[in-house]
Design a protein around this ligand. Structure first.
Ligand code: PGA
Length: 267
């Protein structure tokens, strides 16, 4: 894992945008896995800016959504499909056929989840998965105790999530009780994972995920087993990390290894 500590939310998002842009320069048909929530909004804004400045083109990029509420249609303002459309897709030039979403109203849940995984495989797999993290360490809707090798499936929402959603639904009968989410095993197959966390409220989950044991109780701790997981946090989210100065040291020096070696060879 690489731990990248940035001064504030803006710089944290900028780092993720830079990494995505660099990957796109090498592979124009990048496959992205996209998360909702407030954390990645700055990343989508940064990518939209690159598109407007003609620095980036999305016509060959594919996108897969990480999760979706079950029981509400795409056009519902609380659906993740709506969020992605409003905050990202409608502002850049994705082709419709390259946008893949979990359907909140599938005919057959199991078949839909299976087909979603098939689609990920058929595009060649996710190159970069963007993740947020819950205060309890969840990734996607994989709440504590989710199997660390789980696949895309239906999950029962926690009572806290249902309570938090209640104000957003005028029709209380529409409040979702279930969701679909990529599994932890699915997420782990992505070539690169960018997990972002901002604010003091995430600092405990970040510390447990990075410096604690790998455990289904903290789903994000599984990223310790991923060869290309970058945890990008702001100062507040890094607040409880014990080895903060070491992470900074590594980040500052990692790009100098070629110069270091060249220097040794000429001596
Ligand atoms: P947030 O959600 O970005 O809105 O904090 C993250 C999550 O719960 O996964």
């Amino acid at each position: 894992m690489e731990i990248i500590i940035k001064k504030d939310y803006h710089r944290m998002c900028g780092e993720a945008v830079k990494l995505i842009h660099q990957s796109w320069q090498k592979k124009k048909d990048l496959v992205l896995g996209l998360a909702t929530g407030k954390t990645p909004l700055g990343v989508y804004e940064g990518l939209i800016r690159l598109y407007r400045e003609r620095e980036m083109d999305f016509s060959e990029i594919s996108a897969f959504s990480l999760d979706e509420y079950l029981g509400i249609p795409d056009e519902h303002p609380q659906s993740f499909a709506f969020y992605m459309q409003q905050n990202f897709f409608q502002h850049v030039n994705f082709k419709n056929e390259n946008i893949f979403r979990l359907d909140g109203l599938p005919d057959d849940i199991e078949a839909h989840c299976y087909e979603y995984e098939e689609k990920i495989r058929m595009t060649g797999g996710i190159d970069i998965q963007i993740l947020g993290i819950g205060r309890n360490g969840h990734i996607g809707f994989n709440e504590p105790s989710s199997s660390l090798s789980s696949r895309t499936r239906v999950k029962t929402l926690t009572q806290e999530t249902i309570a938090a959603n209640t104000p957003f639904f005028l029709d209380k009968k529409q409040i979702p009780r279930y969701c679909l989410t990529m599994g932890i095993g699915t997420i782990m197959e992505s070539r690169m994972i960018l997990l972002l966390a901002s604010g003091q409220e995430k600092s405990h989950a970040i510390r447990q995920s990075i410096e604690g044991p790998i455990t289904a109780t903290i789903p994000a701790s599984i990223l310790q087993l991923h060869v290309q997981a970058k945890i990008i946090v702001d100062e507040e989210a890094a607040g409880q990390l014990e080895r903060k100065s070491y992470y900074r040291w590594v980040y500052e020096h990692k790009d100098n290894v070629d110069d270091f070696l060249a220097d040794k060879k000429t001596k």
